[in-house]
Each structure stands twice: as C-alpha cells, then as structure tokens.
Ligand binder design. Structure first.
Ligand code: KG4
Length: 340
C-alpha cells in the first residue's frame, strides 16, 4: 500500500510552522515563534511577514529532517489559506504552492479554524488517542475567535454562535495590557490567576440571546472598575494583581461555559471539545473537567502544543482532505477573512 505523507504549513499570524503526518500519525511539528512583537504589545503585521520569510525554509527543512522523510516521498502539501493576516498568509501560501508545483504533487488548502477543531485527531506515534465522535460540539476560543461549532464530520462544520465583538483571547490580552502586564496576556493572567481569589471582584457579563458571545462590555467594565479603585489606591493593580487576574479569568470562563451548556442542552450532544489558544487556560480546562463530572460530558482537551497555532493541525486536516481528493488549484488566493 502506498503511504500518504502530508507536509502541513501554517503562517496565518506570528508562528511559522511545518509538520509531517504519515498515514495519520504525526512525525514532526516544528514552530518558529516571533519574539519581535513582545515590545509592541501585539502582533505587528509587517514584522510578522518579514519573520515568516526568514523562517519558512529552515522550518520546513527541519520538519522534513525530524520526520525522516525526503521531499520526494511527500504525497501533498497542505497549507493554511486563511483566515489570518494577509501578509503572513501570503508567505506560507506562496511557499506551499511553489513547493507542491516543483514536486508535481497536489496542494490542499486548509481553513485555519477547521484546523483548530481537527487538532483533536492528531495522533502521535504509539499514542492511544481518544478522538471525539461525530457529531460533537467544539468551543473554539482564540485571539481572533470565540465560537461554538457543531462538527458533523471532518468536512461538515456549522457555527452555532460566535462573538459579536471581541474574542475571548483579545479581551484577556487587552485587560492584561490595562494592568501593565506583557503580551500575550493570556498565559500571564493564567499564571497569576492560579494564586488569586476568583470571586474577589465581579465584572459585568453580557446578556445576549442564543449562542452568541460578547466580550467588549467586560473589557470596559474591567477598565472603569480599575479607574475607580485606583482613585483611592494608585497602586491598586500591584496590590491586587492575583485577585484581579483570577476574577477576570473566572468571569470569562463563566461566560464561555454558560453558552456551551445551553448548546449541549439544546442539541443533546454531549461530546464536547475545546480548541484554540485560550484552550491552554487552566481555569477553562478545569471548568471542562468539572462539567464532565457534573453533567456527564465526554470532554476533549488538546495537548498544550496543539492549542496555539501549529502546522500539525493543518497537516491533519490536509490528510483528511487528501483522502477525499479535495485538492486545490494554484490560482486560489489567500483569504484574510472566512468563516468555518
Ligand atoms: O489560537 P491562537 O494561538 O491564535 C490567534 O488567535 O491568533 O490564540 C492566541 C490567544 C491570545 O489571545 C492568548 O493570550 C491566548 O490565546 N492564550 C491564553 C493562554 N495561552 C494563550 N489565554 C488564556 N490562558 C492561556 N493560558
């Protein structure tokens, strides 16, 4: 039997990543992150594109080397077509198209958001891996998205609800910036929150119907509350850092889980996964575990390495699409905005 060997390439934001999957098993996943953005408190698109240009060839070479696979053995090249930053995407898309064309093998376009969801199917060598069963619900929470997705099949996903303004990760990052913490704020807030009291402060929660999310009101409530408290104590943030972090995280997790509970109840689907950068959050992971125990959900929490942007999830999605012969042509441009 011929092997199916997929090279995956991810460059949608500030991580340049390449991975190799052979017959559904991950052989390598190499990521170059870009520290250059830390000084700016957010990703600077032009700097991200330039760093991708420098990183893409070494990262792909390293991924092939670690997998022990020669480029001539590849069956296809899968790449993130969008959504993401256009300048960043263009580097990966152009490289992938050129590489596939030079090797005379198919190219497979991947929707980055679908990649996050299908990260749950990444299987490492010798790993006993439990993947969600279809249909399942996936809470996709990242710096750019907060949505509840009904996943009917690898190639059939339906957004039940999504944020009408900021994403959860964006809200955490902005609140962390207000507190004078570094970027990205998510991991910093997560660490501080472990030592604080989650019920020390309350911030406003949105009241919107259905499965939609909103985080901009919380951000404002956080900012205005801090301003008030700092009138009496200019060093309020420094004095109450851990409780502020814990209360902020608690509020965000509460908002996320409330809608997810509703989706589980309404659909009757109790296979529930979480994905995206914010799924690294310990408070959210604990909330998933508590819901599993309390409501009998079968939960799927990704390994830390597969929460943030990575090419393993792109190669995995490419592997499924390859089997469906779902190839793309060279004229398909990158897209900065697209739904799942
Ligand atoms: O999926 P992702 O890597 O990429 C984009 O959306 O671009 O998500 C990044 C987001 C950021 O907002 C970051 O602060 C957040 O995920 N994040 C976390 C944690 N780790 C990353 N948020 C909360 N807790 C964490 N441990």
């Amino acid at each position: 039997m011929d092997h199916i060997i997929i090279l995956g390439i991810e460059s949608s934001c500030d991580d340049t990543s390449a991975a190799v999957i052979k017959d559904g098993v991950l052989l390598s996943n190499v990521t170059a992150s870009q520290a250059v953005h830390e000084a700016y408190g957010g990703v600077v698109p032009e700097l991200a594109s330039r760093a991708h240009q420098q990183n893409i060839v070494p990262v792909v070479s390293e991924a092939l080397k670690r997998a022990g696979v020669s480029k001539d053995e590849l069956s296809a090249v899968a790449f993130t077509r969008g959504p993401g930053l256009m300048g960043s995407l263009l580097v990966g898309v152009s490289f992938a198209k050129g590489f596939a064309r030079a090797l005379g093998i198919p190219m497979v376009e991947v929707n980055h958001l679908q990649g996050h969801v299908l990260a749950h199917f990444i299987k490492e060598p010798d790993e006993v891996h439990a993947s969600p069963k279809f249909p399942f619900l996936c809470l996709l929470v990242s710096g750019g998205n907060s949505q509840i997705i009904r996943v009917n099949a690898y190639n059939d996903m339906e957004v039940l609800g999504q944020t009408i303004d900021d994403a959860a990760g964006e809200a955490i990052d902005k609140c962390s910036k207000v507190m004078g913490l570094g970027y990205p704020g998510g991991p910093i807030i997560d660490k501080l929150a472990r030592q604080g009291n989650p019920k020390a402060y309350t911030f406003s929660k949105p009241h919107i119907p259905g499965y939609a999310y909103s985080f901009s009101g919380l951000k404002t409530s956080f900012l205005y509350s801090l301003r008030d408290w700092m009138k009496d104590d200019p060093d309020f943030i420094e004095h109450h850092k851990v409780d502020l972090a814990a209360s902020l995280e608690h509020t965000i997790v509460d908002i996320l889980m409330e809608k997810l509970r509703k989706a589980v109840k309404d659909t009757g689907i109790n296979e529930v996964a979480v994905a995206g950068g914010v799924s690294a959050n310990n408070g959210l992971r604990n909330a998933f575990r508590e819901h599993a125990a309390k409501y009998g959900w079968n939960i799927y929490i990704p390994k830390f390495g597969y929460t943030t942007d990575n090419a393993a999830m792109i190669a995995m999605t490419g592997y499924f699409k390859y089997q469906d012969k779902d190839f793309c042509t060279i004229d398909k441009p990158a897209y900065s905005r697209v739904s799942i």
